[in-house]
Design a protein around this ligand. Structure first.
Ligand code: MUC
Ligand code: MG
Length: 380
């Protein structure tokens, strides 16, 4: 096989509407901005990646616009002309020219894997060592803020065999009202439906202690990131105090965090995300640390569209254990997407494509319609 070189890297901002408002502790989403990354190689192969954040800079410290700037100004010039098939070497160059910017690095690494998969005729999960599972359980986040609406939404999802585990966002507003909301939903849906909650760092330790006791009594199965991400000792005290598992999300990005949290016994479960880790391989490295420490894994999302969600699915499929399933429902939250065929959700699971590369192709018309730099001017 002749060496294929990286010929171009493009980062496109794409604004897509959501099917309904999605309410988190720090922001309410009405649309998502995806950063779609397209790598073209000298042998004609192409690869796709996605770097998506939640609510601009309100969730994390990397915005879509900053990610595009890092790719266009720093990462692309350093990577052009390099061996597209040597992903470890390319990522070492990326690490050298840019500190941080894990979302940008994740999208580029993913696009190189996609291109390599096309070149070799193999799906990305095969390049990662093989899929331990061909489909992944996917929960749904109930985030309308209204109990009756959330209960109806959950029942419709169960009926359609799309989701049977539900996550509730409870980091905004009055904690007592939120706990009552959780208890109402748990009671309405019954014991066989698993309910998890995500506080998105909104409580201090004293409030978390009071609230988690009540969530436990209400039958909640998992509590995600109750306290601020850097307060690991507080998280560890909560994990030691309660039977209900405590999951780290914003506290855990990569293998280093996974190790430090394990040393502090700070969490029972880690929510991994390819963009937080800085790529598919970095996600597997964090997963290996969790495995060694006996910590359960959960496949998290930045509410990516189809490209990023399928990329995440390839990585999570390759993890030896994924005890808490995934939340890869991002494409279902979007009214539309920029791909030809959206991912397949059936029987409560996301089914992994088995075609070469990621198994996702861009729809050029949809891309032209939704990309920010080609926004149609309003007709007066
Ligand atoms: C988060 O913190 O988990 C993932 C699912 C969801 O509803 O929001 C995101 C972010
Ligand atoms: Mg979370």
């Amino acid at each position: 096989m002749t060496t294929a070189l990286i010929a171009s890297i493009e980062a496109l901002l794409v604004d897509l509407p959501t099917i309904r408002a999605h309410k988190l502790a720090m922001t309410t989403l009405h649309q998502q901005t995806l950063v779609i990354v397209r790598v073209r190689c000298s042998d004609g192969t192409e690869g796709l990646g996605e770097a998506t954040s939640i609510g601009g800079l309100s969730y994390g410290d990397q915005s879509p616009e900053g990610t595009k700037l890092a790719i266009d100004t720093y990462l692309t010039p350093a990577l052009l002309g390099r061996d597209a098939g040597n992903i470890n070497a390319a990522m070492a160059v990326a690490a050298k020219v840019a500190q941080g910017h894990s979302y940008a690095k994740s999208a580029i690494e993913c696009a190189l894997f996609d291109a390599l998969g096309h070149r070799l005729g193999q799906p990305v999960h095969t390049l990662l060592g093989g899929a331990a599972r061909s489909s992944l359980p996917v929960l749904w986040t109930l985030a309308s803020g209204d109990s009756a609406r959330d209960i109806d939404e959950a029942r419709a999802m169960i009926e359609a065999r799309r989701h049977k585990v539900f996550k509730l966002k409870i980091g905004f507003g009055d904690p007592d009202a939120n706990i009552a909301h959780v208890a109402r939903i748990k009671q309405a849906l019954g014991d066989e439906v698993r309910i998890t909650v995500d506080v998105n760092q909104a409580w201090d330790e004293a409030l978390a202690t009071r609230c988690i006791a009540r969530l436990e009594a209400a039958g909640v199965d998992l509590v995600e990131q109750p306290t601020p991400r850097r307060q690991r000792a507080a998280l560890a005290r909560l994990a030691a105090r309660f039977d209900v598992p405590i999951m780290a999300d914003e506290s855990v990005n990569d293998a280093q965090d996974a190790l430090e949290l394990a040393q502090a016994a700070a969490a029972d479960v880690y929510a991994l995300k390819i963009s937080k880790a800085g790529g598919l391989l970095a996600t597997l490295r964090a997963a290996a640390v969790a495995d060694a420490a006996g910590i359960a894994l959960y496949g998290g999302t930045m509410l990516e569209g189809s490209v990023g969600s399928i990329a995440s699915a390839h990585a999570f499929a390759a993890c030896p254990q994924l005890r808490w399933g995934t939340e890869l429902f991002g494409p279902l939250l979007l009214k539309d997407d920029v791909v030809v065929e959206r991912p397949l959700y059936r029987d409560f699971e996301l089914h992994l494509p088995a075609t070469p590369g990621l198994g996702v192709a861009l729809d050029p018309d949809k891309l032209a319609f939704y990309r920010r730099d080609r926004r149609r001017t309003a007709v007066a």
